[in-house]
Design a binder for this molecule. Structure first.
Ligand code: HSE
Length: 433
């Protein structure tokens, strides 16, 4: 008889309980598909006596998660504690060093320490898998490593944070205030323990960093991603309303692409997305990941990016892969083949933009604005003037044709210097997917 595959689960929060639930509920299906039972040998969490949605009393309780590393009766450590450094990282590092497989949902740890951990895993010929770290139940990592394995990937982008997508969708639909919708997202369990990770774009940055490393075969470089990261705190109900009137939605997008010379650009920012584009229809807490591959073409995966079921589904699928003998490389190439990224000069990066100005309502204003744009060769796609405030300033909204960030910055400096412009209210990139 084949021995069961023995795992230990460190962390019994929402995802940890979800993993226990799937393994208990779908045991027969998992065995039919892998040929072996998955046996939970031990569990560990901060609080033994907390009420939980699953019965863990039948498993050995281990007070300190660190004690799971190195145990000969545990084939695979499932790390669901979270956090970039500390207990989670040390547990994973020691487990890999002692020859245990590791499955984790920890995006911050993989984005920050993925290269070193990959070296440890590959040295010991054990697996380090982390499908659940990016977009929960959506197979994003497997899409790159398996489905699109024969392709050069030119771009990878996505709605990677359910909290932000929920907030923007709700604000757009109901006109409710940002803080009010954030509280609801927390209550629904989408938000991180520290929700600033969600709304300041850091969580999206962790996920984009991992996708970018996998897609382009580069070393994960979280600092570069975070240098080009902005979140959704500044988005106003007025911009959401104008976006709607112009036929757009606002989405927090993580996006990375590579040019013909192999230079990479990575950014996380709120973008205008045409309502007819596939990503615009992805609302509420749903996530979506878009790939542009040289032979397969454009691929979009949509699904739930957070919550117990979707995230645990990805964790257990990774465990099942290991049971079936898929150790593979940690990224899409071995750790020793990952290259240092060469980055694009971001001032030369081309995009369309939305520019919202608050202006005085008097003769000559439009002429001044037009000449500031034409002086930099920036071509207007649409231009509208609206009175959104009774007796207040007037909004002038411009959408542009494609231009460089360099030309955009020069135009914004020129506009800023005009007496007739009270304020540059907002500027967003228009994304075409
Ligand atoms: N806080 C994350 C989100 C959870 O809102 O998408 C999944 O990583």
């Amino acid at each position: 008889m084949t021995e069961p595959f023995k795992i230990a689960i460190a962390g019994l929060g929402t995802v940890g309980q979800g993993v226990v639930d799937i393994i208990q509920s779908n045991a027969a299906l998992i065995k039919a598909r892998t040929g072996r039972d998955i046996q939970i040998v031990a569990v560990s969490s901060a609080n033994k006596n907390k009420a939980r949605s699953v019965d863990v009393s039948v498993y050995e309780w281990v007070d300190s998660a660190a004690d799971l590393a190195g145990r000969k009766d545990i084939d695979c450590v499932v790390e669901l504690i979270g956090g970039e450094h500390g207990v989670a990282h040390d547990l994973v590092a020691h487990a890999l060093e002692s020859g245990q497989h590791v499955v984790t949902a920890n995006k911050a740890m993989i984005a920050r320490h993925g290269l070193k951990l990959a070296q440890k895993a590959e040295y010991k010929n054990v697996a380090l898998k982390y499908e659940a770290a990016v977009a929960g139940g959506i197979p994003a990592i497997k899409t790159i490593k398996q489905g699109l394995a024969a392709n050069n990937i030119k771009a990878v982008s996505g709605i990677l944070n359910g909290t932000c997508n929920f907030i923007l969708s709700e604000m757009g639909l109901s006109g409710r205030a940002f803080d009010d919708v954030l509280v609801e997202a927390q209550a629904k369990g989408y938000a991180e323990a520290d929700p600033s990770f969600d709304i300041d774009g850091i969580d999206t940055g962790h996920k984009l960093c991992i996708l970018s490393a996998l897609a382009f075969g580069i070393k994960p470089d979280l600092d570069n991603v975070l240098e080009h990261t902005s979140g959704i705190r500044e988005i106003s109900s007025l911009d959401l309303k104008i976006a709607d009137e112009l036929g757009y939605k606002i989405k927090l997008l993580g996006s990375a692409h590579v040019d013909e010379q192999g230079h990479v650009a990575q950014s996380v920012e709120p973008c205008f997305v045409k309502k007819s584009a596939p990503l615009a229809s992805v609302d509420s807490s749903f996530n979506a990941v878009f790939f542009d591959a040289d032979f397969a073409g454009q691929v979009v995966n949509i699904g739930r990016g957070a919550g117990a079921g979707p995230t645990a589904s990805a964790v257990v699928a990774d465990i099942m892969d290991i049971v079936c003998g898929d150790i593979g490389t940690v990224f899409s190439v071995s750790a020793s083949q990952l290259k240092d990224a060469r980055y694009m000069d971001s001032s030369r990066d081309e995009a369309k933009y939305y520019i919202h100005l608050s202006v005085e309502d008097r003769p000559g204003v439009m002429a001044n604005i037009s000449s500031a744009l034409s002086a930099e060769g920036l071509s207007i796609d649409e231009l509208i003037q609206r009175h959104y405030h009774v007796d207040g300033p007037v909004s002038v909204v411009i959408t542009t044709h494609k231009t460089t960030r360099y030309a955009l910055t020069s135009v914004l400096n020129k506009l800023q210097a005009l007496d007739c412009i009270a304020e540059i209210v907002s500027v967003y990139r228009i994304f075409n997917i």
